[in-house]
Design a protein around this ligand. Structure first.
Ligand SMILES: [Zn+2]
Ligand SMILES: [Zn+2]
Ligand SMILES: [Zn+2]
Length: 481
């Protein structure tokens, strides 16, 4: 049975035709391809068939019966039209004007108009009327709602006016370079054309090549050009291993100062307003040049090219992933002067003096949590500062039997050094024994206090800020020599 149906269906020629649109003055209407009129049918609801949108374009089998019903107001009346496919499209075969919807007389008429093989009729919708105003993709004519046709293609919906055909090879389903001008054609923007010199292959091509084709996909949002490090306005540049200005639109800034972009640490974004001058750390990416020497506040921190310099924030923007990026350039000496002066004051304040007293940092263990002391020895790419952890001397004299309390660790701190100290802060978590037994012997059960410290000339240990550590590290080599 199934084989017969398929054979009969493929044999029937199908005719593309436009389903009638609503006539002028109609307030509503519907279209139905009738496949069966059951013997007891009284009403439209009893008819079998497939509903179509007014104005759609579909392929109909020969002899298909299409029913169009339109409602008019004032006076209220119904226009009922029966259409049948001919070789040229849909032709009218019956028309009734009524004061009420479809009645018994029309149903009887439909039954006689119905082709004997109507139950096997299938309709393929080729295009739906456009749901929103658009321009014809082929000729560019502006189309209001329902005026054109929306074809489904691999590249999404393509809208044309009714007379314009969809190009035979179709629109380009994927973006790529134009076969004619090598400019970028975005998905669905152009056509597929035979690739020159490659028989049987197709390439995208512009419908009309632009005067200034872009060599890569266009940029939607404003961003910064990787060549000249100035802003590319939204919708003007292109992407090729980074954002670029359209060819010929790069304008190198006149100041000649190096520019680059950095990712702003999440918790610092408030301080990166354009116009700010701040010290930043910078590691050149692979293939990126080192910053020139002699920039204000510039210092090499490690052999890898890791360096620090004073930078002027030019612009910030937020990426799609929510990160904040800042476009910066090296600060001029005039811009850098206040910050350099403040850094010098800080360096003088932390300058190691002639003291020779050693100091003793003692930290008591709490419930087994112990502290540590590390000497800050320089800069580290991953952790910011490189640390050398020192071994403690441990005093068990006052310890309890389990070693939970009364155990003292002690370290000797020298002048002219900076250290970081971590110490446990009591009281411990209430159920600390349970926590320990669940998470293991190394689990922390107390809070931690961390601080940078140094030893004064009198042998006292004082806390210092991270900025003071940075200032001290910057000048340490000079003072130590
Ligand atoms: Zn057109
Ligand atoms: Zn082109
Ligand atoms: Zn540029």
């Amino acid at each position: 049975m199934n084989d017969v149906r398929t054979a009969a269906h493929t044999a029937a020629p199908s005719v593309p035709a436009d389903v009638p649109v609503l006539p002028r003055g109609a307030v509503s209407g519907w279209r139905l391809v009738v496949t069966a009129v059951p013997a007891r049918a009284r009403d439209v609801r009893d008819l079998d068939g497939r509903w179509l949108a007014p104005g759609a374009r579909a392929a109909f089998p020969a002899g298909a019966l299409v029913l169009a019903v339109d409602t008019h107001q004032a006076p209220r009346r119904w226009t009922i039209t029966a259409l049948r496919t001919t070789q040229d499209g849909l032709g009218e075969v019956g028309r009734w004007e009524r004061r009420s919807p479809l009645g018994r007389r029309e149903i009887t008429a439909l039954r006689t108009l119905l082709a004997p093989d109507a139950t096997r009729h299938t309709v393929r919708v080729l295009a739906e009327p456009n749901r929103a105003p658009a321009d014809c993709h082929a000729c560019g004519a502006p189309l209001s709602v329902d005026e054109g046709l929306a074809y489904r293609t691999p590249a999404g919906h393509v809208i044309t006016c009714r007379p314009c055909p969809v190009p035979a090879a179709g629109v380009n389903p994927a973006a790529g370079r134009c076969a004619r001008c090598s400019g970028w054609v975005t998905t669905g923007e152009g056509l597929l054309v035979p690739a020159p010199g490659e028989p049987g292959r197709y390439r995208p091509a512009h419908r009309a090549c632009p005067d200034e084709p872009l060599p890569g996909p266009p940029l939607r949002a404003a961003t910064w050009c990787v060549e000249c490090r100035t802003t590319v306005p939204a919708g003007t540049g292109y992407w090729h291993r980074g954002p670029h200005h359209a060819p010929g639109h790069c304008a190198l800034p006149a100041d000649g100062l190096p520019r680059w972009s950095v990712r702003v640490p999440a918790r610092e974004s408030s301080d990166w307003a354009p116009g700010q001058v701040r010290r930043i750390r910078h590691t050149p990416q692979a293939g990126e040049p080192l910053l020139p020497e002699g920039l204000p506040g510039g210092r090499i921190l490690a052999d890898t090219g890791y360096m620090t310099v004073l930078a002027h924030v030019l612009d910030t923007r937020t990426t799609g992933g929510g990160a904040t990026l800042a476009l910066i350039r090296a600060a001029t000496w005039r811009e850098a002067a206040p910050l350099l002066a403040a850094e010098l004051d800080q360096a003088l304040a932390t300058r190691p003096d002639g003291g020779t007293f050693l100091a003793r940092e003692v930290v008591e263990r709490i419930c087994g949590d112990r502290g540590w002391v590390a000497e800050i020895t320089g800069h580290d790419l991953r952790h910011g500062l490189s640390r050398e952890f020192l071994c403690p001397q441990t005093d068990y004299d006052q310890a309890d039997a389990c070693g939970y309390h009364g155990v003292l660790d002690a370290w000797t701190l020298r002048p002219r050094r900076v250290y970081e100290v971590s110490r446990p802060v009591g009281p411990p978590a209430k159920n600390w024994r349970a926590v320990r037994s669940r998470l293991g012997r190394g689990a922390r059960v107390t809070a931690e206090h961390r601080a940078f410290v140094r030893v004064t000339a009198e042998g006292d240990i004082v806390e210092i800020t991270e900025e003071e550590v940075q200032a001290w590290l910057a000048a340490a080599l000079e003072w130590m020599s």
